[in-house]
Design a protein around this ligand. Structure first.
Ligand SMILES: [Zn+2]
Length: 99
């Protein structure tokens, strides 16, 4: 049996996994967080910052989970400062859920 040619018209969509709900989604539906060289956590809106990254989907629950639990710290292998936590929590609260 011949193998069918793979659908070459389909563009490759990069998929990433949310570290909280473990959902795999289109990269655009996730936000990348990155741990910079100074050890502080930053929101990487363009997904281009160097450093260890972790993805969260654009759901306030996941951001709350990341801030309150230790998941994000483990994923980024860093200790998240209170300042960063506040910043992330605020970002999560301001997310507009479009689904
Ligand atoms: Zn999620």
């Amino acid at each position: 049996m011949k193998l069918k040619m793979k659908m070459s018209t389909n563009k490759h969509i990069p998929l990433r996994t949310c570290i909280i709900c473990r959902d795999t989604k289109n990269k655009r539906q996730l936000t990348r967080l990155v741990c910079d060289t100074g050890g502080s956590v930053q929101i990487d809106a363009n997904g281009r910052k160097p450093g260890r990254g972790a993805y969260l989907c654009n759901m306030p629950e996941c951001w709350q989970g990341a801030v309150s639990g230790g998941h994000l710290e483990r994923a980024l292998r860093t200790v998240i400062t209170r300042e960063s936590r506040d910043q992330l929590a605020e970002y999560g609260n301001n997310l507009i859920v479009d689904c």
